[in-house]
Ligand binder design. Structure first.
Ligand code: Z5A
Length: 214
């Protein structure tokens, strides 16, 4: 990260944890610290990633875990090269809704693909950059499911509660494997409390950028 002056921040958690809800708030808080924020998401992050996202979430398609992985890593490689690295090199904060920890949680924990196999693919695809900070919105899968009960489910949301429990357990393992960047937020709290946890965690980890730093 020698030639970079930006920060790469990700939001993770099972669906219904509240990532989309808190993302604009988080972006505002980071901007208040003096940074220019670029928002992104995975699957997605650019024309290729968005096209792959539509395939990935299409309920009419049947994909196995390996096919999911190949789609995700084609998009991730393109996202990293085309968007993430240039933003960081320009000194911006790249704030991303999901990244590789989601693969470890869903394809690893949820679908049962071995972590070594995911790591091998990640290396092969040239995923050389991990986030500097990851906010993990931790919530009980049942509570999260109730929050999105009225939504029309996409391909992934059709999975049963046990799948999300395995994904949740994998996120919890990540928190112990990479504690230096994983920041747990209690997402079961009412929104104002969740926002306050995020604000405090951000202040503790991201320095205020003065004009001199530009
Ligand atoms: N996926 C994968 O398998 N492998 C990968 O490598 C990657 C992704 C990168 C799409 O992700 C799917 O891709 C996802 C994982 C998989 N599949 N699943 N299932 P996505 O992030 O685009 O979709 P999502 O997880 O379903 O996110 P979401 O719909 O944006 O959900 P969310 O961000 O966690 O929740 P929300 O929409 O902000 O909130 C849900 C509701 O709860 C809403 O009505 C809010 O008003 C409410 N809410 C939010 N916060 C609160 C609090 N604090 N209290 C009460 N109510 C709240």
């Amino acid at each position: 990260m020698a030639d970079e002056s930006g920060f790469f921040i990700t939001l993770e958690g099972i669906e219904g944890a509240g990532k989309s809800t808190v993302l604009p708030f988080l972006a505002e808080q980071i901007e208040a610290l003096g940074y220019t924020v670029e928002r992104s998401r995975e699957p997605g992050g650019g024309p290729l990633g968005e096209a792959l996202r539509a395939i990935f979430l299409n309920s009419d398609l049947q994909l196995d875990a390996e096919e999911e992985l190949l789609l995700l890593y084609a998009g991730r490689r393109n996202h990293l090269r085309g968007r993430i690295l240039p933003a960081l090199a320009a000194g911006r904060v790249l704030l991303c809704d999901r990244y590789e920890d989601s693969t470890i949680a869903y394809q690893g924990g949820g679908r049962g693909v071995a972590l070594e196999r995911i790591e091998e693919l990640s290396r092969w695809a040239g995923i050389t950059r991990q986030p500097d900070l990851t906010f993990w919105l931790d919530i009980d899968p049942q509570m999260a499911a109730e929050r999105i009960r009225d939504r029309r489910p996409d391909r992934m949301e059709r999975e049963n509660i046990d799948f999300f429990r395995r994904a949740q357990a994998a996120f919890a393992r990540r928190a112990t494997e990479v504690p230096e960047r994983f920041c747990r937020i209690d997402a079961s709290q009412p929104l104002p409390q969740v926002q306050e946890q995020l604000r405090q965690a951000l202040l503790a980890r991201i320095p205020v950028r003065s004009l001199r730093d530009e």
